[in-house]
Design a protein around this ligand. Structure first.
Ligand code: T1G
Length: 697
């Protein structure tokens, strides 16, 4: 078979253009050229109709994102769509898989569109920092109206075939092979004497208040530009003749293409796929996991059990007593009730997962045959060691023994067993059935196929798994502790928690660190500070106590109605708690600190400098394999704004020399906290970036 990107075939009086560019028929140069040449050849061959479809798993899934950032090459995709639409022949697109972005735009440039029932369509460009740039903002509104187009384009969501038919994006749904149903439809159209039907010739859609829509989109995206700018493209469809609208769309598209946000979002797109590809696991088969045991049915244990049940695994949950076990079942049912209400799971599935699919036990013997156990008991080393001693005695040979600890030493835990090679850390984030991040913590003696099993389980649970080495806090919590401390230091020196939250929410975080503390519970940080003090803190470390005062007064945040903020009963609306300023002032006085002004920019630069510096240490020490591993950890576990790509992508985009200068400047005030990371100094000295390390793999 030809290896051409578009395979041409004349089938009676129907010319067939079959896309042959696996894995997703991305619209790279050869595909675009093949389409233009194919249309011309069909016209020269005297065909009456043209059928466009995708071989393999899908119709075109969009422009080739790997070409982004390189100089565009002709034929440009919008011109390809216009060329298809301008053909005097009847052009039919037959869709299957995911016709996304430029793929849907090719279909919209066709005259008729048929899909298989499982086909999905969408314009997800805003999710990678751009916008439809091949006529999507001009043709879709002519087909489905402005309001619906704004919703589809600014969310970038995928639309199923039935909805696409209802909206008018598809003309027909037929089960079968896209080539066959496409040929039959083209034949029917020819026999019916149908004519070409250009969407661009349909009337311009009704305008709306686009300024209001633009502002609303910008607010909703917390500063991400692409959804709002895409609305200006739709506005052009209402206000300009088609050809002018296409030019305006192209201008807006190229503006977005030039933004840091586009680089950040593309980095996130490729990194979330690369992070699970470990060279060390090449050819290493994971162990079979069909049943898992969970020890501890608290928030974490019940969350992990819920995630496993949703992935179709059999779960045995062990608790200390029948009552505690039943309470755990109740938590699992609570976790699943939302999905049931939203119709994400059926009543039968719900009943199975909270009934026969979930075995409860109070004895470890119940775990004798499970393939993998995850303990989620109290974060106390002696308790963890006791659990693993028991598991070692009871679990079958080859069972994987995992701990969900968030910072304890996995090597120490593994040493309690006769099989340290089977021990691994699987650090879930609460709520474990919702948060996508899973840190796969690899201890010294963990066997490669156990690591592979951790990643395979993560994939089955729909997680983004990141390989982490053993240290206090692994990747995410270790870095979190440092940038949270930087925020506390800024408060001692003059900033307020509310100013810091506002500055970081303007940077793109959904919630600033103090609002997050109130949400998670201030008692968690309090316990960490007390642990650190008990372990003995370095005398050079600036201890912070204003937060302790809140906790000593029983103010743990949302769960007690008061923390850094006051929460009216039953409401999540927050108002600053005036007591906080008193605690801060008292501590400053006690420490002889004269407060100074901080601007929002100062706050962001210090906060990010601390985050980047510790992240560079985590990569430099091999706790994270690559900078992108840290980026994915912060994106999927800590709410880092996706359009910045992650802290180390953000650092590259800012320029590492300036960041290092900032850190060296801060070190003049506190050379203990601000010790520049050796890797950061090395990259600056060599004129390299964190991305250079990602490419090195
Ligand atoms: N370009 C290049 N590579 C792509 C790609 C694309 N558009 N889409 C996927 N890949 C690679 C991906 O990196 C992975 O590579 C492999 O294909 C399988 O992907 C003008 C400008 C289609 C739903 O945003 O949403 O059109 O890791 O693991 O889970 O308006 O890929 O194997 O080396 O994700 O089955 C708009 C993005 C582009 C679609 C399939 N289109 N892709 O999911 O497989 S912008 C998109 C996806 C545009 C025009 C504008 C998903 C998928 P590797 P995968 P999957």
């Amino acid at each position: 078979m030809s290896d051409a990107a578009i395979i041409y075939e004349l089938h009676d009086d129907i010319a067939i253009l079959a896309a042959n560019n696996p894995p997703v028929n991305a619209l790279g140069l050869a595909v675009r050229q093949g389409l233009v040449d194919g249309i011309a050849r069909a016209e020269a061959d005297g065909a009456k109709a043209v059928l466009i479809y995708g071989m393999g798993t899908t119709f075109f899934a969009g422009a080739d994102i790997r070409e982004f950032g390189k100089p565009p090459t002709e034929p440009f995709l919008p011109d390809v769509c216009t060329r298809i639409e301008a053909s005097p022949l009847i052009v039919v697109s037959a869709l299957h898989g995911t016709a996304l972005g430029g793929g849907l735009e090719i279909a919209l440039g066709s005259h008729y569109r048929i899909g298989v029932p499982s086909a999905r369509v969408g314009l997800p460009e805003v999710l990678i920092g751009v916008m439809p740039g091949a006529g999507g903002t001009q043709r879709l509104p002519r087909l489905i109206g402005v309001e619906k187009s704004i919703e589809v384009i600014t969310t970038g969501r995928q639309i199923g075939a039935a909805e696409a038919l209802e909206l008018g994006v598809l003309d027909r749904i037929e089960d079968g092979d896209p080539r066959e149903i496409g040929l039959a439809y083209a034949r029917e159209l020819i026999d019916a004497g149908a004519s070409r039907r250009a969407v661009s010739e349909m009337p311009a859609p009704e305008a709306i208040d686009f300024d209001a829509a633009y502002e609303a989109a910008l607010k909703k995206s917390r500063g991400q530009l692409s959804p709002a700018v895409a609305i200006r493209g739709i506005q052009a469809a209402c206000e300009l003749p088609f050809a002018e609208g296409m030019k305006r769309e192209r201008e807006l598209f190229m503006e977005l293409m030039a933004t840091d946000q586009r680089q950040g979002l593309i980095h996130a797109f490729f990194s979330e796929r690369a992070v699970g590809k470990l060279p060390e696991l090449k050819g290493v088969a994971p162990r079979e996991v069909a049943s898992i045991g969970v020890i501890g049915g608290g928030t974490m244990g019940a969350g992990i059990a819920t995630a496993a049940l949703l992935a179709g695994l059999r779960v045995t949950l062990v608790e200390m007593s029948d009552d505690a076990a039943e309470a755990a079942r109740g938590r699992v049912a609570g976790n699943l009730s939302g999905a049931l209400k939203r119709g994400k799971i059926s009543q039968d599935s719900f009943d199975h997962m909270t009934g026969s699919g979930l075995s409860l036990a109070t004895e470890y013997d119940a775990l004798a045959d499970v393939d993998l156990v995850i303990e989620a008991v109290f974060e106390e080393m002696s308790i963890k060691k006791d659990v693993f001693t028991k598991l070692d005695a009871i679990c079958k040979p080859g069972a994987v023994l995992a701990t969900n600890t968030s910072y304890l030493n996995v090597d120490e835990i593994a040493a309690m067993t006769s099989r340290p090679q089977d021990v691994i850390g699987l650090h879930f984030f609460s709520p474990a059935h919702v948060m996508k991040l899973l840190e796969v913590v690899v201890a010294d003696k963990t066997a490669p196929d156990v690591v592979a099993t951790g990643f395979a389980l993560g994939k089955k649970l729909g997680k983004i798994s990141v390989r982490a080495g053993v240290c206090d806090g692994f990747i995410g919590n270790r870095i979190l502790a440092v940038y949270r401390t930087a925020a506390d230091h800024m408060i001692l020196d003059g900033a307020s928690p509310f100013q810091i939250d506002d500055a970081l929410e303007a940077f793109g975080f959904a919630m600033g660190p103090y609002a997050v503390g109130d949400l998670a519970g201030l008692d968690i940080g309090w316990a960490v500070r007390k642990r650190r003090r008990a372990e003995g803190m370095d005398l050079r470390a600036r201890d912070v106590s204003f937060a302790d005062k809140l906790c000593e007064n029983g103010h743990f945040g949302q769960k007690t109605g008061k923390g850094y903020y006051i929460y009216e009963k039953g409401s999540r609306t927050r108002t600053p708690n005036p007591e906080v300023a008193d605690h801060i002032a008292a501590e400053r006085a006690e420490k002889g600190i004269t407060p100074r002004e901080f601007t929002a920019e100062d706050i962001v630069r210090r906060y990010m400098a601390a985050m980047v510096n510790e992240a560079a240490k985590v990569v430099g020490e091999g706790i994270a394999r690559r900078p992108l591993d840290v980026d994915m950890t912060l994106l999927f576990g800590y709410g880092f704004p996706r359009y910045h790509g992650g802290p180390l992508k953000w650092a590259d985009l800012q320029g590492l020399p300036a960041l290092l200068d900032d850190i060296r400047g801060y070190a003049k005030e506190d050379d203990y906290f601000w010790q520049p990371a050796p890797l950061l100094e090395q990259l600056v000295a060599e004129g390299r970036s964190f991305d250079d390390l990602n490419k090195a793999g």
